[in-house]
Design a protein around this ligand. Structure first.
Ligand code: SF4
Length: 355
């Protein structure tokens, strides 16, 4: 059963009053500083953000300075923080505010979301933290704490958990006195106390209202991320050599592995290219190989071609002494090792004697 709203939100606001960390953007809650801090904090720890925030706002002290800076300058000041797209989007957003809002950052979620690069999370953060508006904010930390508080049985990061968390966060923020304190309190509790593993329930002010704590399920909620189902498949590979000891390889021209050489394969929807027709084949054994969620059992055959294959844009005859130097994926390496164990891989000396 959902906890009572008022006592819960007041507890979080009071906890924030007492335990908030002193952060530079909390000194004035200047909207531009809040915006920069929120963008910097995405996928980045707060101790790292603290090293970059002040030099960045010293270089670009207000929105107009950022809007008129060159993209190279902004990226240079972001250097080391990573995810450089964030810096580009922040500068584009600043230019958008300068052009459409006269350089004044708007305060409503709707207006904020209309700005280049600002999504639902950042709009909610700026509206509530900078302007104290009743706007919800849900990031991974907030989703986790809400999953535990309400006993939401959904996996971490799942759309279902995020949907439930946004609904609940909206309900809670409407009941609070200060959205600025409440949202930051919830985010800080999620980051510092209600951590992904081993939450510090002994110092958490929410134990009375927390379904996971009351039911001794803090280690279970939110549910672990659903693992992608793995697919089992079997795939024939052919080791084909000519009288000069050269090995037939297939050239890859697809987007992912352009420039790599593969062994020709039998019927498969997995590997690109037309399956090769062979006349006779002798099994050399099987080996396993995993590609993302596919667990593949390759069976390697020493085979003889049904039709002649020329050296062209699809196939290449590779000298044995070069075979280890042509770029190939790791499953080809496994197949060649297996062929050598069976004494079936052509030797360099035979190939080298070819005229
Ligand atoms: S009581 Fe424990 S599990 Fe519940 S919100 Fe607090 S830290 Fe998280």
């Amino acid at each position: 059963m959902p906890p009572r709203l008022r006592p819960l939100v007041r507890t979080i606001e009071k906890w924030f009053d007492r335990h908030q960390r002193p952060l530079p953007w909390r000194e004035t809650y200047e909207p531009y500083f809040v915006w920069v801090s929120e963008v910097m904090a995405q996928q980045t720890r707060i101790d790292v953000v603290l090293r970059y925030f002040e030099p960045f706002v010293a270089a670009f002290p207000d929105l107009r300075a950022l809007a008129s800076a060159s993209s190279d300058d902004v990226t240079a000041r972001w250097s080391g923080l990573g995810y450089y797209r964030r810096a580009r989007m922040l500068r584009e957003g600043a230019a958008d505010v300068a052009a459409r809002f006269g350089g004044v950052i708007p305060s409503t979620v709707e207006e904020l979301q209309s700005i280049a690069g600002i999504g639902r999370y950042t709009a909610g953060a700026i509206a509530s933290i900078a302007f104290d508006r009743h706007a919800p904010v849900v990031d991974g930390n907030v989703a986790r704490i809400l999953a535990r508080l309400d006993g939401i049985e959904q996996p971490t990061g799942s759309p279902a958990l995020m949907r439930a968390a946004w609904i609940r966060a909206e309900e809670l923020v409407r009941a609070c006195d200060s959205p600025r304190k409440f949202n930051q309190g919830l985010m800080e509790l999620g980051a510092l106390i209600c951590k992904p593993a081993n939450p510090s329930c002994e110092v958490c002010p929410l134990t009375k209202d927390c379904a996971a704590f009351q039911q001794s399920r803090t280690a279970e909620l939110p549910l672990p991320k659903a693992r992608a189902r793995s697919h089992e498949m079997r795939l024939p590979l052919y080791l084909i050599t000519d009288s000069d000891g050269r090995i037939l390889m297939r050239r890859e021209s697809g987007k992912l592995m352009t420039g790599l050489f593969h062994l020709p394969h039998g019927d498969s929807a997995l590997l690109p290219g037309v399956p090769l027709r062979v006349e006779r084949r002798e099994s050399l054994g099987t080996f396993r190989h995993t590609v993302t969620t596919r667990r593949i059992e390759f069976e390697l055959f020493a085979a003889t071609l049904a039709d002649a294959v020329a050296d062209d844009e699809s196939y290449a005859w590779i000298d044995a002494e070069r075979i280890d130097r042509v770029p190939h994926p790791s499953y080809v390496e496994k197949a060649l090792r297996m062929a050598r164990r069976h004494g079936r891989a052509p030797t360099a000396s035979k190939s080298a004697s070819r005229k």
